[in-house]
Design a binder for this molecule. Structure first.
Ligand SMILES: C[S@@+](CC[C@H](N)C(=O)[O-])C[C@H]1O[C@@H](n2cnc3c(N)ncnc32)[C@H](O)[C@@H]1O
Length: 384
């Protein structure tokens, strides 16, 4: 039986190397379905009830830099070596490592000797680690508060930015962005997390034809304004992809975010609150990635109207967002949707919801193009 399972696993891995993103995702989901189909009720309970303990255990591993130590080593490491490198109690570290090995986070070669697994390698990247830290430190308490939060509000869909499970868990009246401005240790993790999320899928620029559309764009006019662009990840990617395009590229975000960034030449950095009048007028493109999903419709309308007021006849607004399918929605879309609710009382949107929102903002949708299977990432292009 073991030999058959090994063979099956090798075959699946071989096939997975040569398939497209959609099929690879469906393979993962099928394997998961198979795993769950084999579980007893007690096993299902055990898996679900200990999910947050796994996150906690991984957080310990990140604090001690265990994963990078295993990845960087050219041989398996003994518990005693890891104890020495981390200055920890051997009894405690052994328990934590055995837990992670039992889940495949790391691999136990022989008794008390560990090496990396695919998961260890996946989580050894600094940006991925920032996402895990942000989630464990800031979001997990909010997720834990969600059930009682919703019950206390009679299960009404939350829409108030100032009343979220995040606010309850952290006992704050501040929305997450204002709270992050006061918590630089978490803000740093969030900003790096923005580099990690979507890092393994196609970028929207692969489907946009800016080189053709903006070929004649004059150097003195703004070309690309990234509204709420974080620390400039998309401005950099855009400039690198089309170095020949003329016109200013502008990164806009809150002062607490942009004051920390240093970007390559050719990108202007501007502190700007998108609930106020847009100071850059008549740009060819106004690009907003993962901004709308942070806000309920009333706030989205304010943001969109500020962009629309600054747009000329030649301008296009590009929303880089999830478009939720009407049915059979994948878990990576549904979990982002609920995470938005927990953090901001906001939501991911279906095509119908996008059409209604943009029409209410006085914008005309020119196209909606979904460019990844994971997350259903899409570009919604609209004009005045
Ligand atoms: C989900 S992140 C997306 C960041 C970036 N667009 C990306 O996709 O990597 C939302 C961004 O909106 C910024 N933001 C939040 N409120 C803002 C406001 N009132 N004005 C400008 N930027 C804001 C945050 O600082 C954060 O960088």
């Amino acid at each position: 039986m073991d030999a058959i399972l090994k063979l099956a696993a090798e075959e699946v891995q071989k096939v997975a190397q040569n398939i497209d993103e959609g099929l690879r995702r469906r393979t993962i989901d099928k394997l998961r379905e198979l795993q769950y189909a084999l579980e007893t009720p007690e096993e299902t309970m055990q898996r679900l009830m200990y999910a947050s303990l796994t996150t906690a255990s991984i957080r310990v591993g990140l604090d001690l830099n265990i994963f990078n130590k295993l990845v960087d080593s050219d041989r398996p490491l003994k518990l005693t070596e890891l104890v020495q490198a981390t200055n920890t109690d051997p009894l405690l570290l052994g328990r934590v490592l055995r837990h992670q090995a039992s889940l495949g986070v790391i691999h136990e070669v022989t008794q008390d000797t560990f090496t990396d697994s695919q998961t260890t390698r996946n989580i050894s990247n600094t940006d991925i680690q920032a996402g895990l830290k942000f989630s464990a430190d800031v979001l997990d308490p909010a997720y834990a508060a969600t059930a009682s939060f919703l019950a206390a509000r009679s299960y009404k869909n939350p829409t108030d930015l100032y009343d979220t499970p995040f606010n309850t868990a952290w006992n704050t009246k501040l929305p997450l962005w204002d709270w992050l401005a006061e918590h630089p240790e978490h803000r740093v993790h969030f900003n790096r997390f923005m580099y990690a999320q979507r890092s393994s899928v196609k970028d929207c620029f692969s489907i946009l034809n800016l080189s053709k559309e903006a070929k004649q764009w004059p150097a003195e006019k703004p070309l690309f304004v990234d509204v709420g662009g974080g620390t400039g990840q998309q401005c950099i990617a855009m400039r690198e992809r089309w170095p020949e395009l003329k016109g200013r590229v502008v990164l806009q975000d809150l002062p607490s975010v942009v004051n920390e960034v240093q970007l390559p030449e050719g990108i202007d950095v501007m502190a700007y609150d998108f609930f106020t009048k847009q100071p850059v007028t008549g740009a060819k493109y106004y690009y907003l990635r993962a901004i709308m999903h942070d806000h309920a419709d009333d706030k989205c309308l304010e943001i969109l109207k500020n962009v629309a007021d600054a747009m000329s006849e030649e301008s296009t607004i590009l929303l880089d967002e999830i478009v939720v399918p009407d049915s059979n929605v994948e878990w990576y879309v549904t979990q982002t949707d609920l995470a938005m609710m927990v953090q901001f009382s906001s939501t991911e949107r279906t095509e119908g919801q996008w059409r209604k929102l943009l029409s209410n903002a006085g914008l005309k949708i020119k196209s909606i193009t979904t460019y990844t299977h994971s997350f259903r990432l899409s570009i919604i292009a609209a004009t005045k």
